[in-house]
Write a protein that binds this ligand. Structure first.
Ligand SMILES: Cc1ncc(COP(=O)(O)O)c(C=O)c1O
Length: 486
């Protein structure tokens, strides 16, 4: 596979099916000044300071101002680069697989807004759907056909869904799914796994356990102990401990929730039999099995991890990817459980902007593209070459590393591997990763600013981006290996 001739998934799929699909929607590729397949190669355009909300436009000016008016200068903690050092850049625009900052520097983007942008930045499938909806209004607070279309699409594409409720974020999806599981079972306790992130609702914000089931302790001030009293923690991929916990107290558990592939601790797949074992335990003890596929949905396979591994949960949570970059989420699953949700059932859940027409327009457009195209094999080919190349560069520089690719998600640990749990991931060399991150960024490649995050691909990542990334990785690894990093 190495050295193979690459086109971006987009280039290939455009010729096969994508442009046909776009054509059906009235898109005429010939009338564009820049063909969409080459958008990642646009020349740098100069930054127009008038588009900035203030006079600040250099990174240093914006960062100084940001820290005065936003806690830590950001609206979500990981954006602050705290775990890799240095200051974040400020995005002026996205183009395909690239970000352009306010100083005109370009970066190959492996974050893709932390997952949603499977079609890359500013893809016409999304922007044209949004423009069409904008003419017709931004929110109605009354039912729309697009919500029904989106729900139907999700039910068709994700094996475990018979009914869904649309919400506005992944956090809303997981906290609502937990409430429904508790309402359905009449029980309170639930099991989560260390290193799995399920958003920032109180019951999920629990410190990593010590490898045994334990009553949770809140790991954020402001989360009362009562809120996490019913949260039990175990290490990922340790089915024996799950079995012993449930043998002792299984009847107390409303739910088992997990990322079926961990993406918030680096990329950690389930060991063979782990998901199947959880399915058995949950069924045996009447607990609701919840797969949090906010990150893995439509990324590790069209139908998410549940399709890839052939294990069907009772409830599924989705987010990010189903909105094409707009704020959205969903939870759903077996009809019998979802019919507990108000107004058909007694479990209350609501949202003024839920099923928002802009989010459903972008979401339907992206999901339709994913339904009609098959980018996953190309993603895995790109990801494999990327990870193999990075591991080779790191190993040659004397830095032990291991990595994985699953669909359009990939991850490299500064750890010889295997990494099967958050506990093992924490043994990674975080300082060298931080130095590597800075060196990559300095040379125009934007990796997630944390050693414990997955990387994301879009259909706009192609040969140009891959070659550049690997050549930069070789230089960065050498500098880090020599101890001369920034
Ligand atoms: C697996 C998983 N669940 C839930 C969430 C929370 O989603 P949001 O940030 O949209 O609230 C995330 C966010 O990264 C996630 O990765």
């Amino acid at each position: 596979m190495r050295g193979g001739s690459y086109q971006s998934v987009h280039q290939v799929s455009s010729r096969l099916a994508g442009l046909e699909f776009l054509g059906r929607r009235g898109y005429d590729a010939r009338s564009r000044r820049t063909p969409i397949a080459t958008r990642g190669c646009l020349p740098i355009m100069s930054f127009d300071a008038r588009s900035s909300p203030s006079d600040a436009n250099t990174t240093a000016q914006l960062w100084a101002l940001a820290q005065q008016v936003l806690p830590g200068g950001v609206n979500s903690p990981v954006r602050s680069f705290k775990s890799v050092g240095g200051d974040p850049f400020f995005v002026e625009r996205g183009e395909g697989a690239w970000l352009v900052d306010t100083e005109g520097r370009r970066y190959v983007d492996y974050i893709m807004s932390w997952g949603p942008l499977v079609l890359g930045h500013a893809h016409p499938v999304i922007t044209e759907a949004l423009q069409a909806q904008l003419q017709r209004g931004t929110s109605y607070g009354a039912p729309t056909a697009a919500e029904v279309e989106m729900a139907e699409r999700l039910v068709r594409m994700v094996p475990g869904l018979e009914m869904v409720r649309l919400v506005n974020s992944g956090t809303e999806a997981t906290m609502s799914a937990l409430r429904v599981a508790r309402g359905y079972t009449g029980r309170s306790r639930f099991l989560k796994f260390t290193g799995c992130y399920h958003g920032h609702a109180d019951p999920f914000l629990v410190a990593a356990g010590s490898g045994v089931a334990t009553l949770g302790l809140p790991n954020s001030p402001g989360v009362p102990e009562e809120a996490v009293r019913d949260t039990a923690l175990l290490p990922f991929n340790d089915l024996d401990q799950v079995r012993s916990l449930f043998q002792e107290r299984g009847e107390e558990f409303a739910a088992i929730i997990l990322e079926p592939v961990m993406g918030n601790a680096g990329l950690i797949p389930p060991e063979p039999g782990f998901l199947e074992g959880l399915r058995e335990v949950a069924s045996e003890y009447g607990a609701v099995l919840i797969f949090d596929e906010v990150m893995t949905g439509f990324r590790v396979a069209r139908g998410g991890a549940q399709e890839r591994y052939g294990v069907t949960p009772d409830l599924t949570t989705l987010g990010k990817v189903i909105g094409g970059g707009l704020p959205v989420g969903a939870f759903g699953g077996r009809r019998e459980i979802m019919e507990q949700v108000a107004p058909v059932g007694p479990v209350y859940q609501a949202g003024t902007l839920s099923g928002n027409p802009l989010a459903t327009a972008a979401g339907n457009a992206q999901l339709a593209w994913l339904e009609e195209n098959d980018p996953w094999p190309q993603w895995e080919a790109y990801g494999t070459e990327l990870v193999e190349g990075m591991l080779e560069a790191l190993t040659e520089a004397g830095i032990p590393a291991s990595g994985r690719v699953l669909g359009s998600m990939w991850g490299v640990f500064f750890h010889p591997g295997p990494v099967r749990s958050f506990e093992e991931a924490q043994e990674a060399d975080t300082q060298r990763f931080a130095a590597f991150h800075r060196e990559m960024l300095h040379r125009g490649v934007f990796l997630a600013p944390s050693p414990f995050e997955a990387g994301f691909l879009s259909i706009m990542h192609g040969r140009e981006e891959l070659d550049l990334t690997l050549s930069v990785a070789r230089k960065a690894a050498k500098v880090v290996g020599n101890g001369r990093a920034l």
